[in-house]
Write a protein that binds this ligand. Structure first.
Ligand code: CA
Length: 479
């Protein structure tokens, strides 16, 4: 075994790239200037896109934190990896980290983990318990729990740089750098809050959506900017005497200023990490990815949060740089999923992709050469109900031109023509003229559901939660 490994390392030698995977939590593509943001600037994330590729159809398979993280690590849908909601991931599961570590990589995981069990497959890890704190957070590492002084995004960056500096020089590295920011309740660093406190953030086009053509699910959801943000989210009392429309706008400005101030620290972090790669001569042989665990509603449809299969939370940003492999300044509308990350990393490392991973390597897409048989439709499924925001369970498909969503508990369908109605304001599932399209899409949905081996195993019974309380403090498992 050892000689096989030595042989593999000699064959691949220095050619195997380092992999730096930077993921934030709830960072919407609408708040990244490389994606045309009208509300902020993200120069460092933009740099990755300028020197690499921007994916315009990167999507998640279940749009909430814990399931997305499990999907990324396993390359599998929630019903296969066993993490459909905020339940603990079985640490015995196969993950991309374990496979890369076994394949000769020096592996690290720093920041928000949120899977309820200690990480495995990492030479070094230092994680936030549960959601973690923005200010002076506790981190757990392989030995102990320590309260650190400082701002979470900056600390995660410091730890990531320390990991890079202490790594063994004879191995390529794989580092997952997972920010807590800009997750609710959006607590910026003081100087960033000050910078944003009087900024007037433009409203999105669908801010006053009244959901009149959608089904009951959109109306039932409790994630509205006008009524569902809490005093903890808003942090200030609104002025007296506001009309409902004024109050909704005041709420929006209050939360968006904090959100964008948090994003600015994340972008600064990306800048520091890119600068460190430059300074250490690592930029040329490192695949750098910036993404989020899913998208987010920034007042779109009058909402905050995620969960729904509508575009703003189905899509997630992804920019990637790998000099010589990914053309600089390119973009792609090919559909890439979060379950593709694990196969992509293994392929970049020259390692085999296990047959039970459901994603496919997206390296060809990133290189501007997608395989001829690349997917033209994708399958999505969300389970967490009532959860924090009463978003009905649903599943559906997105094609290049349409989206079909089924809400099984209330037996309702939604169909959107994404070319004619990119903002998904008009559900046309009941329109007689759409009968043929609807039938075709239902057939495609059945095909993709079967292809994903979704047997409805979590349709009626979900595993218990268990990742949001504090993890057990004290001595951690040995490395
Ligand atoms: Ca998230």
């Amino acid at each position: 075994m050892l000689s096989l490994l030595a042989c593999a390392m000699a064959l691949c030698g220095q050619d195997r790239p380092n992999i730096l995977f930077i993921m934030s939590d709830d960072h919407a593509f609408q708040a990244i200037s490389a994606y045309g943001s009208a509300i902020n600037k993200t120069p460092h994330i933009d740099r990755i896109a300028r020197e690499g590729v921007r994916l315009d159809r990167c999507m998640v398979t279940n749009s909430i934190c814990t399931p997305s993280r499990a999907a990324i690590l396993t390359g599998q849908y929630s019903h296969i990896n066993g993490v459909p909601v905020f339940n603990r991931m079985d640490p015995a599961r196969q993950t991309v980290a374990k496979l890369l570590q076994a394949g000769g990589y020096h592996t690290g995981m720093i920041g928000k983990w949120h899977l309820g069990s200690d990480p495995q497959g990492f030479n070094f890890w230092r994680i936030l318990p549960g959601q973690g704190l923005y200010h002076n957070p506790v981190f757990y590492d392989t030995r102990e729990a320590v309260k650190h002084q400082g701002y979470c995004t900056d600390l995660i960056t410091d730890f990531a740089i320390e990991f890079l500096d202490k790594r063994p020089s004879d191995k390529p590295f794989f580092l997952m750098c997972h920010h807590k920011a800009p997750h609710r309740n959006w607590q910026p660093r003081a100087d960033k809050a000050e910078k944003w406190k009087n900024v007037e953030v433009p409203l999105p086009a669908t801010f006053d959506d009244d959901y009149s053509t959608r089904g009951d699910a959109a109306r039932e959801a409790t994630m509205r900017v006008d009524r569902d943000l809490t005093p903890t989210d808003l942090k200030e009392k609104p002025p007296e005497g506001l009309t409902p429309a004024q109050r909704k706008r005041w709420n929006y400005q209050r939360y968006m200023r904090d959100y964008l101030a948090c994003v600015e620290s994340v972008d600064d972090s990306v800048g520091r990490l890119l600068g460190h790669l430059d300074a250490k001569g690592l930029a040329g042989n490192t695949l750098v990815i910036y993404t989020s665990d899913q998208g987010f509603y920034l007042g779109d449809h009058g909402w905050y949060d995620k969960r729904f299969m509508y575009e703003e939370s189905l899509r997630t940003p992804l920019v990637a740089r790998w000099p010589g492999k990914i053309p600089a300044g390119s973009s792609s509308e090919a559909m890439v999923l979060n379950i593709d990350h694990a196969p992509s990393f293994l392929t970049a490392a020259g390692l085999p992709v296990p047959a039970d991973m459901q994603g496919k390597s997206a390296l060809g897409v990133m290189a501007g050469k997608p395989p001829a048989d690349w997917r033209t439709s994708m399958y999505y499924r969300y389970y967490d109900y009532p959860g924090a925001h009463k978003v009905q369970p649903h599943f559906g498909i997105r094609t290049a031109t349409h989206k079909l969503i089924h809400f099984p508990k209330i037996n309702q369908w939604e169909l959107f023509d994404l070319k004619a109605d990119p903002r998904e304001l008009n559900n046309i599932a009941a329109a007689p003229a759409q009968a043929e399209t609807l039938a075709k899409l239902k057939a495609e949905l059945a095909r993709l559901k079967a292809d994903a081996k979704d047997d409805d195993r979590f349709a009626d019974k979900l595993p218990p939660g268990g990742v949001d309380g504090p993890m057990k403090p004290g001595p951690r498992a040995p490395r």
